[in-house]
Design a binder for this molecule. Structure first.
Ligand SMILES: Nc1ncnc2c1ncn2[C@@H]1O[C@H](COP(=O)(O)OP(=O)(O)OP(=O)(O)O)[C@@H](O)[C@H]1O
Ligand SMILES: [Mg+2]
Length: 294
């Protein structure tokens, strides 16, 4: 029988298929499902998250989530609307710092460094852990300046020649160069939605990130633009770690190697993407991916 909501097991245990042991300690107020099915840890983590809680005021939106992000993987985060996917994603580069009522507890490390340590400067952190949003948000500047802005403020180039190279390479890697090479001085906002999204990806990779966070990056795009972004994600994985939130099950299945299923702020199940979509172990995961819930 698959574990169900309220299953009374210890946290972070593998599903053994046997009847769960009763918890001896008192109930954990925040851990409704009290277990994670599958192994959220990897051998070669780029990011390590342990016992992460996120609160908006008094409301707990993420409840004791522990998970790793591996090097060179695409990790998909799925789950019903409001389950905390964006909230958790934003923890990974401290974007939640910009929300005054938001408080993050627990530990999040990037290559061993505690990103919530008070000594950490969030500007270089957000270059190392870049973000691509649901709605493309190019700066109201030229295509060239959209890409050059980051390398300039991070002091990554010594002259115009080096900057030209970074702009060209980033646009090539984002699969946009051929479409924009003759109009680099035109505004980024004049591009189509799919082109704007690739421009935003080029902007993220121009500052040599280690991790790229993507929050429903294709939800405003048509199938052709979506397919271009998905090809790009597959290519980017050779160099970066990517965490992508998506509502499109097919997309998660196509682009990711591991999938994490969230429900009401809990991380319910993590596993190889193939397993999650063909043989989910938790009832809630199965209900969601088969369309019975969410
Ligand atoms: N700025 C905020 N202030 C207060 N509550 C918030 C804020 N942002 C999110 N929340 C709450 O936190 C919970 C998780 O929201 P979040 O946006 O992370 O969900 P999500 O899984 O990304 O949903 P969706 O699939 O609709 O994007 C929700 O209950 C939401 O109302
Ligand atoms: Mg969201």
């Amino acid at each position: 029988m698959k574990p169900t909501a309220g299953a009374d097991q210890d946290n972070n245990t593998e599903d053994t298929g046997t009847e769960p042991a009763r918890r001896k300690a008192g109930p954990d107020l925040y851990t409704e499902f009290q277990q994670i099915v599958g192994n959220p840890y990897v051998d070669n983590p780029r990011m390590v998250c342990r016992d992460v809680y996120v609160y908006y005021g008094e409301t707990c939106a993420i409840k004791k989530v522990s998970i790793d992000v591996a090097c060179n993987e695409v990790l998909a985060m799925i789950g019903p609307s409001g389950c905390g996917k964006s909230t958790f994603l934003r923890c990974l580069n401290r974007m939640n710092d910009t929300v005054s009522i938001c408080r993050v507890e627990g530990e999040i490390r990037l290559d061993g460094m505690d990103i919530y340590d008070p000594s950490v400067d969030v500007v270089p952190l957000r270059a190392k852990v870049g973000m691509v949003f649901q709605k493309p948000n190019p700066f109201p500047k030229s295509i060239y300046e959209n890409i050059s802005y980051g390398p300039k403020i991070h002091g990554l180039t010594k002259d115009k020649h080096e900057m030209d190279e970074i702009v060209e390479t980033s646009l090539i890697r984002a699969g946009l160069w051929e479409e924009v090479k003759d109009r680099l001085n035109e505004p980024g906002t004049g591009l189509s939605g799919g082109q704007q999204q690739r421009l935003c990806i080029a902007r993220a990779i121009a500052v040599s990130p280690e991790v790229i966070l993507m929050d429903e990056p294709c939800s405003a795009l048509d199938p052709i633009a979506t397919s271009k972004i998905e090809d790009l994600i597959a290519e980017l994985r050779t160099q970066y770690s990517i965490v992508i939130v998506t509502h499109a099950m097919q997309q998660a299945a196509r682009v990711s190697q591991r999938t994490a299923y969230f429900h009401l702020g809990n991380l319910v199940e993590v596993g190889d993407t193939d397993q999650i979509f063909t043989n989910p172990k938790h009832q809630l995961t199965e209900d969601y991916i088969t369309g019975r819930f969410g």
